[in-house]
Design a protein around this ligand. Structure first.
Ligand SMILES: Nc1ncnc2c1ncn2[C@@H]1O[C@H](COP(=O)(O)OP(=O)(O)OP(=O)(O)O)[C@@H](O)[C@H]1O
Ligand SMILES: [Mg+2]
Length: 355
């Protein structure tokens, strides 16, 4: 079931002067006007209690606004049947929210079954999705508690995708896993999103996660106030106020470099005859840096690696040079710390001008 399929670039979710005050008097969301483009990832960030979850849950009517309008695909959500709306919007939460007494496969098949697909078709779809999110067919026969936290999160994502909804709401989906698994899940989501182009609303506490995943980042302040909503580069280069700057942290400048690639930094041939030599294998792949009496590791970088990794690597390199390779790992040249530095400075200037 599709709600509505607007053309690319149209607005999928629109909040217009939305206010939410709970019966106990707490204002969770204050006069929120926010637009989320179709096919993009909008990340909601802000300290605990600032209204992120409430904002998310108003999209699928698990929470009803006190005033204002929310439209999904151009239609006012209050004019749609709540149960139907909810089934057509994928929802992933931190604890994965799986049914403990159903197998992983049946967990994923839940929504297709509700939507009236036959059991066999629902299971076939579930099996497909299991693979999509990088789990083995065997894990489908297990129960949720027999999976690791990260695997359970993948199941949660698969389940949310099962009805192929145009919209996906994700509330700190990767909050409960360790940093390595978290990065893997982020990579997986980015890969999936390239294929699926869902309109995703993603809540997180983690600025790095927001910068990595977001096409746009909305920063909230306690009391449910939206402070700034902008693409990550703009946000990092020009925070609207001290609150945003503080929230982004002291390493805001470096975070910006994590969004810029190495591609435009010039490269030249590897130097010969100095104290340090870049040792290559038979296929011209860098092995290590070697001097008369020492060997130091080299971590070659590709064009799509970030300026931040390049800077990091050049600082660690004994020569200040980084080794650059193609997709096969074959050396294409080296770049100097100075050139990387110049480009880092340029990235900041450009971001400021563009913003
Ligand atoms: N059902 C409710 N009744 C009363 N107050 C509520 C209710 N749900 C949330 N609140 C309050 O509304 C405010 C916003 O809550 P919300 O869960 O949206 O915050 P959040 O940004 O998601 O926080 P966290 O980062 O801790 O998940 C908080 O002050 C919270 O205590
Ligand atoms: Mg929350």
């Amino acid at each position: 079931m599709t709600l509505y399929s607007p053309g690319k670039g149209q607005l999928m979710i629109q909040f217009d002067a939305v206010h939410k005050r709970f019966p106990n008097g707490t204002t969770a969301v204050h006069d929120l006007t926010l637009e989320m483009p179709e096919g993009g990832v909008t990340v909601l960030v802000g300290s605990s209690g600032c209204g992120k979850t409430t904002t998310l849950r108003m999209v699928n009517r698990m929470v009803e606004p006190t005033s204002g309008t929310i439209r999904v695909g151009g239609k006012d959500v209050t004019e749609q049947d709540a149960a139907e709306l909810r089934r057509s919007i994928g929802y992933v939460i931190q604890q994965s929210g799986l049914f403990p007494h159903r197998t992983v496969l049946d967990n994923i098949a839940t929504v297709p079954l509700l939507l009236g697909h036959g059991r066999r078709k629902a299971r076939a779809r579930a099996a497909e999705l299991l693979e999509t999110v990088g789990l083995t067919a065997e894990s489908g026969r297990r129960y949720p508690h027999q999976l690791s936290g990260g695997q359970q999160q993948r199941v949660g994502v698969a389940r949310a995708l099962a009805a192929d909804p145009p919209v996906l709401l994700m509330d700190e989906p990767f909050g409960a896993v360790d940093p390595v698994v978290r990065t893997q899940l982020q990579d997986e989501l980015l890969r999936l999103q390239k294929e699926l182009n869902k309109t995703i609303v993603f809540v997180t506490h983690d600025v790095d996660e927001a910068v990595r995943l977001g096409d746009r980042i909305a920063i909230f302040r306690t009391g449910g106030h939206l402070v700034q909503c902008a693409p990550p580069t703009e946000l990092l280069a020009r925070p609207a106020d001290d609150f945003v700057a503080d929230f982004l942290g002291a390493e805001r400048g470096l975070k910006l470099l994590s969004l810029k690639t190495l591609a435009d930094v010039p490269q030249g041939p590897a130097p010969e005859g100095g104290t340090w030599t870049l040792v290559l294998d038979a296929a011209n792949r860098p092995v290590h840096w070697a001097s008369k009496d020492a060997e130091l590791p080299v971590r070659p970088l590709q064009d799509d690696d970030s300026l931040l990794s390049a800077l990091n690597e050049s600082v660690a390199s004994p020569t200040g040079l980084i080794a650059r390779v193609d997709a096969q790992g074959v050396l294409t040249g080296v770049s100097s710390r100075d050139d990387i530095h110049t480009h880092a400075g340029r990235a900041h200037t450009e971001a400021r001008v563009a913003a």
